[in-house]
Design a protein around this ligand. Sequence first.
Ligand code: FES
Length: 113
Amino acid sequence: MHILCRLDDIKDPGSKGFKQGNDSLFVVRQRGEVVVYRNRCPHLGIELNWQEDQFLDYDNSLIQCATHGALFIIESGECVAGPCNGKSLEKIPCKLQDGWVVLLESFNSEVTA
Ligand code: FES
């Protein structure tokens, strides 16, 4: 397990990115729930965001890749519009524990699909 951050460190709705070495993740908080994804767009395999902690679209209803605008469902990570339509972000197992966002695996472990 790996404690990532306090739940209160993330706006609701909102998102926050984390880096450790070459590993990059982001958390999305919505209606008190959180999901964590590897920060890698299924289109070109690059990070989704241009600006720090900016992973959501203009009305905070979908995850958006800044490069070509692909849109992903927050809960599932499935792409519903854009060049990687039908593909998905890689979800990282996590849970909320006493107000903390906790990863169920170590931050640096590469998850293979
Ligand atoms: S790199 Fe994300 S949509 Fe193209």
